[in-house]
Write a protein that binds this ligand. Structure first.
Ligand code: HEC
Length: 520
């Protein structure tokens, strides 16, 4: 009897454990789909089928299990254990296991009350009202022949003066076919000539723009990524009389469809002090010829010496169909420190993007960047455009290859590490980790000066102006409760004498200062 009782409690215990552990759609699977899949897998988006409810996921269950178990979906190519990026979309092992277990257990739907709300997807700009919207002149017709198409469109800005840009947002018009976009800036009219020479709207160009425009990396977009935003006083320059170039990759479709994509540009409120620069590691960084013989697997190793301290914003490796993998890192002169920049263990031409870090990465002067790329020019490479394999070298055609790694950066300033560009996998808002006083602008100032600062969670904060003798002049900002965030204040200086002044920010334990010069 005693034994019976024991085993009964055991059974009860066991079965209650079992119910507890049961994986259901509403409680376990839907949250995974909503967080990681439905931004592409819903009506009108690039994912080939919707995965928005129980029926849709059940109908594709084995494919869902397969693609998630091999790491093919969600399509995040960089190794997320190597380096962290903004908008990272990867499943944890626990989530992958849950999907598999749910299928093994017969795909129970679960309690409808457990179902989380379907995510709200913003239609239109995600970051406010743009200052300039550039739209393709006419719709481009992408043929329903199940082939990829790479087309460059030339959008005149019509601006006769230079403009400072703080955010760039690509608004793909037809999300069912838009696979990626790379933006460039041309001031020479070369792209217009290439467009005129092509009978269709825009001109066909497999990789890049067909020439080197003045800014070959103005911006980039792939489905599911947020607009590129820069912190105050950092941004891009849009040159006067420029053409904006969009290199668009359209994915295969069985029905002919049109696209008329727009780009939203946001002018900077604060004049830009540090322009975002791009360097592309290229075959000149190699110690050998960029040549890939037929029937070989070949790894190229390029190096780049960092000439002055820089703050890295992001990286974008670029190659074509023979490429298999990329790895980029920087090493200190004494070889004691390594900064891992990006590793793409399985290169996929269709899923290349530009990857931004959640906060600046400081690359000190003297460090060496190493960029390894491996190419498989054998029959084993299913993407090999030639059968039998042919030798390949630098070029923009489908059979040609490329070895590029774009590096976006600004010159380093003290404290850059504390500026959080965006949390990984979160909204596109900028989060400031710590209290900071930004450089004032203009400096020297005459009538008015812009003062930017961020504060954390401290109880009391004050920002005051002192003169050269340390005498208090006036308060710029004061709070006696925590008010974390980013602030921009304008200070009228017209009534102050010419001379050297000092701004002092105090917040909790933090004290920092910056010199301000006033000249009339
Ligand atoms: C960034 C957009 C994007 C996200 C996010 C995404 N997918 Fe996909 N998915 C695609 C595209 C595009 C394809 C078709 C092209 C390809 O296979 O590369 C695809 C293909 C698939 C396929 C294969 C369909 C077929 O018939 O070939 C499955 C299954 C799938 N996705 C499941 C998922 C699941 C599950 C998630 C979330 C864990 C997910 N996807 C997240 C864009 C996305």
């Amino acid at each position: 009897m005693e034994i019976m009782k024991k085993s009964l409690t055991l059974i009860l215990l066991f079965s209650s454990c079992f119910t507890f552990a049961q994986v259901t759609f509403t409680a376990d699977i839907a949250p995974i789909m909503f967080e990681h899949c439905t931004k592409c897998h819903r009506q009108g988006e690039i994912g080939p089928m919707p995965l928005t409810n129980y029926q849709e996921v059940m109908a594709n269950a084995s494919m869902v299990e397969y693609t998630t178990s091999i790491g093919y979906m969600p399509p995040w190519r960089p190794d997320h254990t190597y380096s962290t990026f903004r908008d990272e979309n990867v499943l944890s092992q626990d989530e992958i296991d849950k999907i598999a277990l749910w299928i093994t257990e017969g795909m129970p739907e679960g309690n409808p009350a457990d179902l989380p709300p379907f995510p709200e997807y913003i239609d239109g700009s995600q970051i406010g009202t743009p200052d300039l919207v550039l739209t393709m002149n006419e719709p481009y017709e992408h043929q329903g022949t199940m082939t990829d198409q790479y087309q460059v469109f030339v959008l005149p800005t019509g601006l006769t003066e230079d403009h400072d840009i703080e955010a760039i947002e690509v608004r793909a018009d037809n999300n069912e076919i838009c696979h990626h976009a790379i933006l460039g800036i041309d001031t020479t009219g070369t792209a217009q000539l290439l467009d005129a020479a092509d009978p269709e709207y825009g001109y066909t160009q497999f990789g890049g723009f067909g020439f080197d425009p003045v800014d070959q990396f103005f911006g980039a977009w792939v489905p599911g990524t947020n607009p590129m935003t820069y912190p105050p006083t950092i941004g891009k320059k849009l040159f006067a009389n420029a053409d904006l170039l969009i290199q668009m990759h359209y994915g295969p479709t069985s029905v002919t469809q049109t696209d008329q994509t727009s780009v939203n540009l946001f002018f900077s409120d604060d004049p830009i002090q540090r322009y975002v620069r791009t360097y592309a590691i290229n075959p000149y960084n190699l110690d050998e010829l960029f040549f890939i013989p037929a029937n070989t697997v070949k790894t190229f190793h390029g190096t780049l010496q960092i000439p002055f301290d820089v703050s890295l914003i992001g990286v974008g490796p670029h190659a074509h169909l023979l490429c298999k993998s990329f790895e980029v890192y920087a090493v200190s002169p004494d070889l004691q420190d390594t900064i891992q920049m990006i590793r793409i263990p399985e290169w996929n031409f269709n899923w290349q993007g530009f990857y931004s870090y959640p906060s600046f990465i400081h690359l000190p002067a003297g460090y060496t960047v190493h960029c390894y790329a491996t190419y498989d020019n054998t029959e084993n490479n299913p993407f090999n455009p030639s059968s039998p394999p042919q030798w390949s070298a630098w070029g923009e055609g489908t059979e040609d290859e490329m070895y590029l790694c774009y590096i976006q950066y600004v010159p380093y300033l003290n404290g850059d590490e504390d500026i959080v560009l965006s949390a990984a996998n979160h909204e596109n808002v900028m989060v400031y980790k710590e209290t900071q006083l930004f450089p004032s602008y203009p400096n020297p100032a005459a009538i008015e000066v812009n003062i930017g600062f961020s504060i954390g969670n401290s109880k009391e904060t004050s920002l005051d102006l002192y003169d050269a003798q340390g005498r208090w002049i006036r308060t710029v900002f004061r709070s006696t409760k925590p008010v974390p965030g980013l602030y921009r204040e304008k200070l009228n200086t017209s009534d102050l004498p010419s001379g050297t002044f000092y701004l002092k920010l105090q917040s909790g334990d933090h004290v920092s200062g910056r010199q301000l010069i006033i000249t009339h």
